[in-house]
Design a protein around this ligand. Structure first.
Ligand code: C2E
Ligand code: CA
Ligand code: CA
Length: 675
């Protein structure tokens, strides 16, 4: 079967086709040529033979005429013998008019020769050409007949030899031809075969080796050149694709895949001959806000500039990669990598303002560091450690943090918390503490901010920064907010029905402002608790609104119509302006505590607090200052006309019962003028 296939393939190959083609042509043309040559030679030689014999007959007849056959019988016979002996004549006879014959004695030996006159060569199959002519005997004047038989064999043999000779020439010709065709065919098809092999290898992806195919045939040479050009094109395309696959399109830096590969390489090399390196993972701090407030183009520009700064801040042999989003990684090679110094300088680079169009943006970064080989010899593990360290740095508000084993425990706790969290909402382990807000003009206390705490059976009271983002990420925030809203409304209703109403404001997450059911739900709860809407207000950040401004505005408007007021929380940390906020249905802004805490020592903060207060008032907004930690700040805020204060100076957030005690105590101190 395989052989049959091979034969078929060989037959249809180029040399196979050439050979069969040429053979076919020869099979048609050569017999034609051979036939006509033979035919021509045959005819000519036979005609020559016949004319020669006739000429000979004439001569014989002439030599006989003077003789009287009858009287000179012996002489005649001798003459006949001579004729026969003289050459190609096998038979000679004179037939006399009386019917007698004079025959050569030599001829008598060939008794079986019978004279049958031939009109052409090779007639009657006797190998003898018989002819007769009348001879006129002068004296007697009687006509006798001379009959002669010429041997046809010499000519026949000669013709056979010619035929054979021609045939062998032709055969030799065909053989030489086929050999030549085969040789030339092979010389032509060998490079073609190589080309085929080469193209097969290209298809299999072996495209690096140069194509070296020589051929005397120009077409094949051209084909080889074209194929090599195609290969070179593929090589450059492949390298472009490889670059694309291993680099980040936005910044041109190596991407995660390449970074992981380099890490693995460095770790492998280190296994043979330990060469230490440090892995730095960096995350920008306020990047999400840039993206959300100013759009993706601004975000992209910040990333590009950040990438450039990073690249310029390290040695050229170090690797800088973008892992995606606002995460970057740096590998610092060598014992002298100075990871702490470099991390600090990178963080400072990221703190320098970014200029995007007209805007000046402050972003900052947190960096986590892990060390090879001290902390791990495994690339993946090093990534994990640097990631945890980065998280720790972010959590503690530091520029950088080097990984330590103890971080794992904290991480595990975080994970465990995340598993327990939903259960905690359902079983009301998340409770509210209330922090008072004081009216700075009158000193009166009538408002609180509700702040969530997780009352954990094992870990005690867990602060919101450990679980709010978790709830947002895990999709529990709507459930959590609903549960806390219920608590806040119930507690506010208690105060209201006790006769000393306190306005409770609750923090909302960005997701809550995408929840269209929120206003109706609040309305139902208020109705059930029999509480006027003005005793509940909501705190939202600018970033929450920016996610879907239209929808947020609708929800806030519905709430406002119901009588539920809203405040902008953490004012000053985002990028929106007061003018923009004025267009929203909110009545209050809360200046972020980061501007308030140190405002006495820090002139910049002071300027911001003052200016914000004045402008907010111009726009008809109430201003609350968060983070009032001292009497000095309290007094100063009062002086510049800030409406309300909130902070540890008055009280931290307290459970419901403790707040009631605090209230009594505070009111008493107010009456007595202490405070
Ligand atoms: P926030 O809305 O800015 O809340 C004020 C935070 O500042 C509270 O931290 C409060 O304890 C703290 N604080 C109050 N007075 C002072 C002060 O004088 N000095 C300093 N340095 N800090 C002060 P807390 O309770 O840890 O809450 C942290 C954040 O968690 C809140 O920031 C808020 O964004 C979020 N959060 C708290 N409860 C909830 C909630 O029920 N829902 C949602 N979505 N977020 C919440
Ligand atoms: Ca708040
Ligand atoms: Ca705040």
């Amino acid at each position: 079967m395989v052989n049959l296939l091979k034969i078929k393939r060989a037959f249809f190959s180029l040399s196979g086709r050439l050979m069969t083609g040429i053979t076919a042509i020869h099979f048609i043309l050569i017999p034609l040529l051979l036939g006509s040559v033979l035919y021509f030679v045959n005819n000519t030689m036979k005609e020559q033979f016949i004319s020669d014999t006739r000429h000979m007959m004439g001569l014989i007849a002439a030599s006989l005429t003077p003789i009287d056959f009858v009287t000179n019988r012996i002489t005649t016979i001798n003459l006949m013998d001579e004729i026969i002996l003289s050459g190609n004549i096998l038979y000679a006879e004179i037939s006399l008019p009386d019917g007698n014959k004079i025959t050569s004695l030599l001829e008598v030996q060939n008794k079986d020769i019978i004279f049958i006159e031939d009109l052409e060569f090779d007639q009657h199959n006797d190998d003898i050409y018989f002819i007769e002519i009348p001879i006129d005997i002068n004296d007697v004047n009687v006509v006798s007949t001379l009959r002669v038989g010429f041997d046809e064999k010499p000519l026949t043999e000669q013709l056979d030899i010619i035929t054979m000779y021609l045939c062998s020439i032709i055969l030799a010709y065909i053989v030489i031809n086929l050999v030549l065709v085969f040789y030339l065919g092979r010389r032509t098809t060998m490079p073609l075969k190589k080309l085929r092999q080469a193209s097969r290898e290209i298809r299999q992806g072996h495209i690096d080796a140069d194509l070296d195919i020589q051929s005397p045939v120009t077409d094949v040479r051209d084909l080889a050149i074209d194929l090599d050009l195609m290969r070179q094109e593929l090589v450059s395309q492949a390298s472009a694709l490889k670059h694309q696959a291993l680099h980040d399109a936005l910044t041109g830096l190596p991407n995660r895949v390449l970074l992981e590969d380099r890490l693995q390489q460095a770790a492998l090399k280190g296994n043979r001959k330990v060469e230490p390196f440090a892995l730095l993972l960096m995350d920008l701090n306020r990047f999400k806000e840039v993206n959300d407030t100013l759009g993706h183009q601004a975000g992209d520009e910040v990333l590009r500039q950040a990438a450039l700064r990073l690249r310029n801040a390290v040695r050229s042999e170090d690797t800088v990669a973008r892992l995606g989003g606002d995460e970057f990684a740096v590998i610092l090679y060598g014992t002298d990598n100075n990871s702490d110094v470099v991390a600090e300088s990178l963080a400072i680079e990221m703190q320098r303002a970014f200029t995007v169009g007209e805007q000046t943006l402050h972003v900052g970064a947190s960096i986590g560091i892990s060390h090879y080989p001290e902390q791990s010899k495994d690339a993946e593990e090093l990534m994990r450690q640097a990631d945890i360290a980065m998280y720790e740095a972010k959590r503690s508000g530091l520029h950088y943090k080097t990984y330590h084993k103890s971080h794992d425990k904290q991480m595990l706790e975080k994970l465990a918390l995340s598993n327990e969290f939903h259960e905690a909402i359902i079983t009301h382990q998340i409770i509210l503490h209330y922090q008072p807000k004081i009216d700075l003009r009158t000193g009166e206390f009538s408002e609180v901010e509700a702040l969530a705490r997780w009352n954990h059976s094992e870990h005690g009271l867990i602060m919101p920064e450990k679980f709010i983002t978790l709830a947002e990420k895990k999709g529990f925030i709507i459930d959590l907010t609903n549960s806390l809203l219920q608590t806040a409304i119930n507690d506010a209703a208690k105060w209201y029905h006790l006769g000393h109403p306190i306005e409770v404001s609750l923090n909302l997450s960005p997701k809550n402002l995408l929840d269209d059911d929120l206003p109706q739900r609040i309305e139902r709860m208020l109705k059930k608790a029999n509480l006027p809407a003005k005793y509940i207000s909501l705190e939202i950040t600018e970033n929450a609104i920016i996610q879907d401004p239209g929808r947020a505005r609708d929800i806030l408007l519905t709430l406002k119509e119901m009588g539920v007021r809203s405040a902008i929380d953490d004012f000053g940390t985002g990028y929106s302006s007061l003018v923009y906020i004025r267009q929203l249905p909110v009545s209050e802004i809360k200046i972020d505590k980061s501007f308030v805490v140190d405002m006495i020592q820090n002139d910049d903060d002071l300027v911001i607090v003052k200016a914000t207060t004045r402008m907010a008032h111009d726009l008809g907004l109430t201003v609350t200052a968060e983070g009032v930690e001292s009497a000095v700040v309290h007094e100063y805020l009062k002086k510049i006309g800030c409406d309300k204060g909130q902070g540890y100076h008055y009280s931290k957030a307290l459970p419901f019962d403790e707040l009631n005690k605090w209230r009594v105590h505070y009111n008493r101190s107010q009456i007595h003028g202490v405070g």
